[in-house]
Design a protein around this ligand. Structure first.
Ligand SMILES: [Zn+2]
Length: 75
């Protein structure tokens, strides 16, 4: 499942996932996606694991997060 991290915090080190690609959320950098790290309010890039990255190449644009609390749409 995808993660959002700002450019400052960079590539996430997942415990169960390996993130291989970041993509820009819709309307980057004025996006609704916010970095998921505690206390950070910067705009977040969407980080994808291997299978999500293949789906992105195949034109999937909606990705879910680990806790199913929201989804984001990428450009
Ligand atoms: Zn951040």
């Amino acid at each position: 499942m995808a993660l959002a991290r700002c450019e400052h915090h960079g590539k996430p080190k997942g415990r169960t996932q390996t993130y291989v690609q970041s993509i820009k959320p819709l309307n980057w950098p004025k996006t609704a996606a916010v970095c998921g790290l505690s206390g950070c309010k910067r705009a977040g890039l969407i980080w994808l694991n291997e299978s999500e990255s293949r789906a992105y190449v195949s034109d999937q644009r909606v990705f879910g997060f680990n806790n199913a609390s929201m989804k984001v749409r990428a450009v």
